[in-house]
Design a protein around this ligand. Structure first.
Ligand code: ZN
Length: 260
């Protein structure tokens, strides 16, 4: 791994308010910026169980930078909080304003209550909040190029995604033939019967397709169970019968176990 030693802008530090409401603590915290002005992501600290100190819980939360308070009251994996910041980015909602002005804006409390429930449900299930209905995408059947001998027996077949590719394949079959020995052999182009399927990441903003590592193209296959097996082998995670997460999203949306 190449470490970037360039010195650019300094990391952002905010005054974080944490701990019980009756006796809040305030401390400077290094945070991750988000694309939403006024919102940042910070590590979660909790009271240690066995000592008087504080501990990192392994979770993250979205902070309202101006107040240092949690914007949504939800904690989760880094992916959950990056997604939460994006969900909090609403027209007319300026997160650089003070808390008193934000909470006085009409509809803001309802928005935060609804989003908080949505993010908490996602955290509880270790999955993103913004899921596609399905990871499956159906593709038309392939074009099949068949080389037949003089008795009509199949000598060789090839499959192509477009008719143009199938034509080129048919021409190359013809060129490779010994014309004197196989004068009455035939090359046919036909449409396959079964549609093919592709599998893509169920997190809406991602949508990466499961690809063949050798060709770099998306895997396509009529056998859906086979595709799921390939995906699991490549580190994808199955959420349900219709949805899978790519390895990056799977890691980003795996809720950390509580640390003690
Ligand atoms: Zn993904």
């Amino acid at each position: 791994m190449q470490i970037n030693h360039r010195t650019g802008a300094a990391p952002t530090v905010v005054e974080r308010t944490f701990g019980p409401r009756k006796a809040p603590q305030v401390a400077p915290v290094l945070v991750e910026d988000t694309p939403v002005p006024g919102l940042v992501i910070a590590p979660v600290v909790r009271r240690a169980l066995l000592s008087d100190g504080w501990r990192f819980s392994g979770e993250w939360t979205v902070l309202h930078a101006a107040s240092g308070l949690s914007a949504l009251g939800a904690v989760g994996a880094l992916g959950h909080m990056r997604e939460a910041a994006a969900l909090l980015n609403r027209p007319g909602l300026d997160w650089t304003r003070p808390t008193s002005e934000l909470t006085a804006s009409p509809g803001v409390k309802e928005l935060l209550t609804g989003l908080s429930a949505r993010v908490r449900a996602a955290v509880a299930e270790s999955r993103p909040a913004q899921l596609r209905d399905t990871s499956w995408q159906v593709r038309p059947p392939l074009w099949v190029v068949t080389l037949l001998d003089s008795d009509g027996k199949v000598v060789e077949t090839g499959a192509c995604r477009t008719y143009t590719d199938a034509e080129s394949e048919a021409v190359s079959y013809g060129r490779a033939l010994d014309r004197t020995a196989h004068a009455d052999w035939k090359v046919e182009i036909s449409r396959g019967i079964d549609p093919e399927w592709e599998l893509s990441c169920a997190w809406r903003p991602c949508g990466d397709a499961l690809t063949d590592p050798e060709s770099g193209f998306p895997f396509r296959h009529p056998d859906r169970a086979g595709l799921v097996a390939d995906a699991l082998e490549q580190g994808w995670r199955q959420l349900d019968q219709r949805r899978v997460l790519c390895p990056v999203c799977s890691d980003l949306f795996t809720t950390p176990l509580p640390a003690y």
